[in-house]
Design a protein around this ligand. Structure first.
Ligand SMILES: Cc1cc2nc3c(=O)[nH]c(=O)nc-3n(C[C@H](O)[C@H](O)[C@H](O)COP(=O)(O)OP(=O)(O)OC[C@H]3O[C@@H](n4cnc5c(N)ncnc54)[C@H](O)[C@@H]3O)c2cc1C
Length: 488
């Protein structure tokens, strides 16, 4: 098989690039080692589309954050993914914090962030966020900051890339890359693919992919240090505690933790930052008592009344931090023509990724690749969920398909029809968590305790899978491993 461009990695970086390239007369493939998109860092972060005042001016991060956030804002109504422009505040009370907030304001203005404002009295700050700790008398208010569901955003890009002709290969871990004349030969779990150009969007493993391509020169690769961040996700009854995303002021002691409602109405609190320099840590998404204690105690400085007893889930994600380089590394390799690295995509990567496709086009063009736009671009709109429909729409849906009347996930009101539809989406759901990412079944208070077994059976029935091949999430994450007794 021969492609014009092969993208390695199906996170938000790879999927958004795939969508942009799908608008051109190019044969594009995306290789992903897991069984779905958004399986790594893209599914485990704060879900914030940052306004763009944090990165230092003149950096790629600054430019792409502001541009990416604007693209996401435009795409949300077109593609119907969950997105709410709720704004953010960075709050402070000490003189050092006031100085830092002024610095963030200056950076934001230089980066072109719209609508920034400094709130200068406790009254003004508390008018925006009534549940803040007393004494918070200074804040940077950024009205353009937004929240989204990070995996849904990634799915929206992947679906739109797919309907416009990108080939997705899952369970296809790239294990070797060979330069053969003007082309690259990628050997993966599913076989070999030849391509003129490679886009390396492999997240925390981007250094490994680059090493594979560099071969004997692998010492020329960069080095990614994993940095884990853990979270609390609290029940919807806590969602009212913030109106905007509440950030603590970064200082010498650290960046603090954020408290925010999510697009699903829950409250998210976290993350910490735990740097580790061992390879195994790149896949370590465990949570620890120490980190969670740190998050509880630190969050109380800004929002003291969070009730952690309403916790429904803890999770963690791993940042791809480049050693000795505090920016996104987006470039054509100086050693390998038409091999493009999108590396060090730590925060604000989710906010910036929508602009990565434009960067990829510039790089391809600079290498002499002919770019011709397609005459027609398909648009895939995410289906409206049953719980968001009006009563009339629900009745009409029920008339068309009786399975809308069978509610499988009671916490999130997800009917059987939506679960079956998720299995036939442009990138089909084949696991219990893939269903959750597409239609929220299992996202609620019981975290799949009631609907999990029903979804298990629906997957078996609809996809004709034996029970031992219905996975919770990653391949091999069996829910049922065998029978304890034989029935009649
Ligand atoms: C704790 C935390 C909080 C964050 N909060 C925010 C936030 O609020 N806002 C924001 O803008 N950003 C945030 N970020 C950053 C953001 O999540 C990342 O920048 C973004 O998700 C990175 O996406 P990616 O596609 O580059 O990487 P990933 O999502 O990790 O995708 C890389 C993909 O490559 C695949 N892959 C790896 N090796 C191979 C191989 N050999 N063959 C095939 N496939 C391979 C992986 O399986 C994976 O799916 C946060 C990050 C963390 C960790």
């Amino acid at each position: 098989m021969h492609y014009d461009v092969v993208i390695v990695g199906g996170g938000i970086s790879g999927c958004s690039i795939a969508y942009t390239l799908s608008q051109y007369q190019l044969k594009v493939a995306l290789l992903e080692k897991e069984n779905d998109v958004a399986m790594k860092t893209t599914k485990a972060n704060s879900g914030i589309i940052h306004a763009g005042y944090d990165p230092k001016p003149e950096t790629k991060m600054a430019r792409l954050n502001v541009r990416g956030a604007a693209i996401v804002h435009e795409l949300a109504p077109k593609w119907n993914f969950r997105y709410a422009q709720i704004g953010s505040v960075v709050v402070g009370q000490t003189e050092e914090e006031h100085r830092m907030i002024n610095e963030l304001y200056r950076r934001g203005i230089a980066n072109g962030v719209p609508g920034l404002k400094i709130l200068k009295t406790e009254r003004e700050v508390h008018a925006v966020e009534p549940y803040l700790a007393p004494g918070m008398d200074y804040a940077l208010y950024a009205p353009s900051a937004a929240i989204c569901s990070p995996w849904e955003l990634c799915l929206a890009f992947a679906y739109n890339a797919k309907v416009n002709g990108v080939d997705f290969y899952f369970k296809d871990e790239v294990e070797a890359i060979e330069k053969k004349g003007d082309t690259y030969l990628l050997r993966g779990k599913q076989g070999e693919i030849e391509t003129d150009a490679v886009i390396n969007a492999a997240g925390v493993f981007a250094d490994r992919i680059y090493e594979l391509a560099l071969g004997k020169d692998k010492d020329k690769s960069f080095h990614i240090i994993p940095c884990k961040g853990e979270y609390y996700l609290l029940d919807k009854e806590e969602g009212h505690l913030t109106n905007t995303v509440v950030f603590q002021c970064p200082s010498k002691v650290g960046k603090g933790v954020l408290v925010s409602r999510t697009v699903h109405g829950n409250l998210i609190v976290g993350p910490n930052a735990d740097f580790q320099d061992n390879l195994g840590a790149k896949e370590d998404v465990s949570t620890t008592a120490d980190a969670l204690r740190f998050i509880r105690e630190t969050s109380r400085r800004s929002v003291p009344s969070v009730d952690f007893g309403t916790n429904i889930r803890n999770f963690s994600g791993v940042r791809a931090t480049l050693q000795n380089y505090n920016d996104f590394l987006i470039e054509e390799s100086p050693y390998l023509p038409k091999f493009y690295n999108f590396a060090g995509i730590k925060s604000p990567g989710l906010s910036s990724a929508a602009a990565f496709g434009e960067e990829a086009l510039k790089l391809l063009e600079a290498s002499g690749v002919k770019l011709e736009k397609k005459e027609h671009i398909e648009t895939y709109r995410l289906p409206k969920s049953f719980r968001d429909m009006t009563l009339e729409e629900q009745e009409a849906a029920l008339k068309q398909d009786r399975r809308y009347g069978q509610i499988i996930c009671r916490c999130e009101t997800v009917p059987e029809a939506e679960i079956i539809a998720a299995m036939h989406a442009p990138i089909p759901a084949t696991t219990i968590d893939a269903i959750k990412r597409r239609c929220n079944a299992g996202m609620g208070r019981c975290q799949g305790g009631f609907c999990g077994p029903k979804i298990f059976h629906l997957l078996m029935q609809e996809l004709h899978l034996p029970y031992s091949e219905v996975y919770q999430d990653r391949d091999g994450s069996c829910v049922v491993v065998g029978k304890t007794k034989e029935g009649k």
